[in-house]
Design a protein. Structure first.
Lengths: 119, 424
């Protein structure tokens, strides 16, 4: 499974959570309210936060307020169909790191995905 | 379960996670960097606050990252001679594509080569501060710009404790001269402590009176004393508003004088005579001196009007008024009662004295020659009735009038005295 693949949304939704644990990129899955439903091992290792601490929380306000802006959260809130890749800086374990974010969602989808690739 | 696993390693992870979480959620941007500006650690809020203004590509270098806030941070760090604070509470207003924020940054150096920048969004704070200072400026402007008013404060003991341009203008006193003085040294206040107690009781108190300005001019003032209470409701001082009402006072006096003056002869009219005679007679009574009244009428005035015209008649009236005035003392009260009739109140005169004064007036007017128009002169005579004042002014006037009537019917140009004995 690759970060840039065109049909990545379908691949993600057709995989089980255990199959998504060791991807090369971080996977954060959210429900329609942007509550975290899955936080994969790759992302957890990078951020230093265990999935237990993150799952069930509102991602943009309670986990990563630094994404609560017009570039990330705002797009999830206003666009029902979304597949966008943007350059971003994450401070994972307080280390500023350049990343690429892929914002993925479909109309009436049960899951939305924020994918994180380290560059 | 491996019992040899170091106890607490699980809790250590847990604590580390909690620390991460705290820093991820920290509502303040913190950036740690070395003396080359290379960022070692930063909280997400620092990215959140600064990325709209610097772009996300430059997070690696603190000098570039903080350039919108402290453009010369690199130079400051290089020049740092060991102080622990490199930048103290430096505020910048940032604006990009409609995003406006005021950001405050401080840069500390806890140990050589280790720098920590603390960045906070103070947009709201600055907005509130701005509103407050705006309000302060507006009030200061009002206080300083008002004309004819002085707005200042006194403490609980009545000593002036603040003074401004409005007070300087009204009183001609500098703050250094005014502060520390009791209120009753600037405006007239009777029993200052009583007035302040009353102001505390009612919330305010108004007082009027003369005040002395520094150049030595007196002016009339109207002063409002409003009580200021502290958070416990205890009086802690007073706001004073003093207004210069001299002009108003003068205008009122002018109006009163105008209402009491006969416009033709500029003598006092009947109304003015009544109010001033009252005061004069009271003064005579208090001092146990007599007073008398003369009623005067110009003889054959209708003939004067017929011969010399109404304008000529007016000239004669004025000339008679002026002649009478010049033969009276300043304490005597002369009034034109209307038409060609005059009245005089002579304080201190008994009937004999009044008769003598009346005769002198008669002679003076008989000798008077008035140029009624460029080619005409008029000579007039007057008849006079004199009466000594006993009890009521209207009674004295009536008796003098009756005597005047007798003088008229006896052939005019003469003085007749009222001999009616005082009624018990």
């Amino acid at each position: 499974m690759e970060f840039d693949e065109i049909d990545l949304y379908d691949q993600l939704t057709s995989s089980s959570d255990s199959q998504l644990q060791d991807t090369t990129f971080g996977v954060i899955a959210m429900d329609a309210d942007h509550r975290v439903v899955m936080y994969n091992r790759t992302e957890s290792t990078r951020s230093g936060l265990s999935p237990e601490r993150v799952v069930g929380r509102l991602f943009f306000s309670e986990v990563a307020p630094c994404t609560n802006n017009f570039m990330v959260a705002h797009r999830f809130e206003t666009e029902s169909e979304l597949d966008a890749t943007i350059d971003y800086v994450f401070t994972l374990r307080m280390k500023p790191t350049s990343v690429r974010l892929r914002l993925l969602t479909r109309r009436d989808a049960a899951r939305r995905f924020l994918l994180v690739q380290w560059t | 379960m491996d019992l040899n696993e170091p106890s607490g390693s699980g809790s250590l992870n847990n604590e580390l996670e909690e620390l991460y979480e705290l820093l991820y959620l920290l509502p303040v941007g913190v950036v740690a960097f070395d003396s080359t500006g290379s960022v070692t650690r930063a909280t997400p809020m620092s990215v959140q606050l600064l990325s709209p203004f610097v772009g996300s590509a430059v997070m690696g270098n603190a000098f570039t990252l903080l350039a919108p806030l402290v453009p010369d941070l690199g130079a400051l760090v290089r020049a740092d001679e060991g102080g622990t604070v490199v930048v103290a509470n430096h505020r910048s207003r940032l604006e990009v594509n409609g995003t406006v924020a005021t950001v405050e940054v401080s840069v500390h150096r806890p140990r050589p080569g280790y720098y920590v920048a603390v960045i906070s969004d103070v947009t709201e704070l600055v907005h509130r501060e701005h509103e407050l200072s705006h309000e302060r400026d507006r009030i200061r402007l009002i206080v300083e710009m008002v004309r004819e008013y002085a707005i200042y404060t006194i403490d609980r003991a009545g000593l002036i404790d603040s003074w401004n341009a409005s007070g300087e203008r009204l009183f001609g006193l500098k703050a250094s001269q005014a502060v520390g003085r009791p209120l009753d040294q600037v405006v007239s206040v009777e029993r200052l402590s009583d007035v302040l107690d009353a102001a505390i009781f009612a919330g305010w108190r108004r007082t009027e009176g003369w005040a002395l300005s520094s150049p030595g001019e007196t002016f009339y003032t109207d002063t409002m004393i409003s009580t200021v209470v502290d958070e416990k409701g205890e009086p802690e001082g007073f706001i004073i508003v003093t207004r210069d009402t001299t002009e108003m006072q003068r205008r009122e006096e002018d109006l009163r004088r105008e209402a009491d003056t006969d416009p033709l002869t500029k003598l006092t009219n009947r109304r003015g005579f009544d109010s001033r005679a009252d005061r004069l007679l009271k003064a005579c009574a208090v001092n146990h001196v007599p007073a008398a009244v003369l009623m005067i009428d110009i003889d054959h005035f209708k003939a004067v009007n017929d011969t010399h015209g109404h304008d000529g008649g007016d000239i004669v009236l004025c000339a008679v008024g002026a002649a009478l005035t010049s033969h009276l003392r300043t304490i005597d009260l002369l009034a034109r009662f209307g038409g060609e009739e005059f009245a005089v109140l002579l304080p201190g005169a008994d009937l004999a004295a009044a008769a003598g004064r009346a005769e002198a007036l008669r002679v003076a007017i008989a000798e008077l020659v008035v140029e009624s128009s460029p080619n005409m002169v008029a000579g007039v005579t007057i008849s006079l009735g004199a009466a000594e004042h006993h009890r009521a002014l209207h009674d004295t006037l009536q008796r003098a009038d009756a005597a005047l009537y007798r003088a008229k019917s006896n052939g005019r140009n003469q003085v007749v005295c009222d001999r009616t004995p005082p009624q018990p």
